[in-house]
Write a protein that binds this ligand. Structure first.
Ligand SMILES: [Zn+2]
Length: 262
C-alpha cells in the first residue's frame, strides 16, 4: 500500500493512493461504499456523501460537479457517465478518479477557487479532455495562466512500450516537434511519454510551462501501486482532490512530501 500527497497548499488537498484493497468500484449502485472509500473518507475527515467518482470510459468528456452530486459513484449511481474529467468550485467536495497506469491530472486555480481532476489514458491524452476541462474551469472564472497542473503517478516512458498504431493516432493530434518529445525510440521499440503529451496539451491551452510539474512516481515500476501493465486486474489506485474548507485548510497546511520535477 502506498499513499502520495500531491497537493497540500492550504487552498486544496490532493493525493494518490493504492488503498489497502485497490477496489474503488461497486457492482451495483445500491451496494455500500467500497471499504477503501470509507477509509479515505475517515482520513480526509469528509463524509463519503461528499466524494464523487465518475464512470470512466477513457474518452474526452468532462463535467462540472456541485454539492448535489456528492456521493455519485460512491454511495449512489454516478451522475457522470462515460466521464473522465471533473471540475468543481465547491469547498469540501472530493473529486476522485481511478487509475492503474493511466495519468491522473490535477488542475488547480487558487485565484478563481476552482480545481479539476482528469483520467488520461493514451487516447484521452491525445484528445480534447484537457482542453474541455480547462474550458469548464474558464466558465467558473479561471484564467489558464493561473492554473497549476500536477501530472500524478502513472506509467513512465521507460515502462510504456507502445505499438505503431498509437503513434498513428498521435500524428493527427500533435505537431512533429511535439511528437519528437512524446515518443522515444529504443532499438526497434517505441515508448510513449504520457506526461509529455499532457504537457503539450496544457501548453496549447495557454498554461505556462513553469506551472506544470510531473510526479517521478511510476505505477508500473513501483510494486506498491497497482499497474495494469504489470498484470493487476480489477484493482486500481485512486487520485483525489478537494478544495479545503477553512477548517481543513488550517489542519492540512503542512509541506508536501513528494518528489516532483518541473
Ligand atoms: Zn516506470
Amino acid at each position: 500500500m502506498k499513499d502520495v500527497t500531491i497537493i497540500n497548499s492550504g487552498f486544496a488537498y490532493g493525493g494518490f493512493t493504492s488503498g489497502s484493497e485497490g477496489i474503488w468500484t461497486r457492482n451495483e449502485p445500491t451496494d455500500p461504499p467500497a471499504p477503501d472509500y470509507k477509509s479515505l473518507s475517515e482520513r480526509l475527515r469528509t463524509p463519503v456523501s461528499h466524494i464523487v467518482q465518475p464512470y470512466q470510459a477513457g474518452g474526452g468528456k468532462a463535467a462540472v460537479v456541485s454539492s448535489e452530486n456528492g456521493g455519485s459513484g460512491v454511495i449512489k449511481d454516478s451522475a457522470f457517465k462515460k466521464t473522465d474529467g471533473l471540475v468543481t468550485a465547491e469547498k469540501g467536495l472530493v473529486l476522485s478518479i481511478i487509475a492503474a497506469d493511466c495519468v491522473p491530472v490535477y488542475l488547480v486555480d487558487k485565484y478563481a477557487g476552482v480545481v479539476g481532476l482528469l483520467h488520461c489514458g493514451w487516447r484521452s491524452a491525445a484528445g480534447p479532455l484537457l482542453k474541455d476541462a480547462v474550458g469548464l474551469m474558464k466558465g467558473l472564472g479561471s484564467v489558464p495562466g493561473d492554473i497549476q497542473v500536477y501530472i500524478g503517478p502513472h506509467i513512465c516512458a521507460d515502462c510504456y512500450e507502445v505499438g505503431a498504431e498509437v503513434r498513428e493516432v498521435y500524428v493527427h493530434a500533435f505537431t512533429e516537434k511535439e511528437l519528437e518529445k512524446i515518443f522515444i525510440a529504443r532499438g526497434n521499440s517505441l515508448y510513449l511519454s504520457l506526461s509529455q503529451a499532457i504537457r503539450s496539451k496544457a501548453e496549447n491551452e495557454g498554461i505556462p510551462d513553469e506551472n506544470i510539474s510531473v510526479s517521478e512516481e511510476c505505477t508500473c515500476h513501483d510494486p506498491e501501486f497497482y499497474s495494469f501493465r504489470r498484470g493487476d486486474k480489477g484493482r486500481q489506485n485512486l487520485a483525489y482532490i478537494m478544495i479545503n474548507t477553512t477548517e481543513q485548510g488550517a489542519e492540512n497546511n503542512v509541506p508536501v512530501q513528494n518528489t516532483f520535477k518541473s
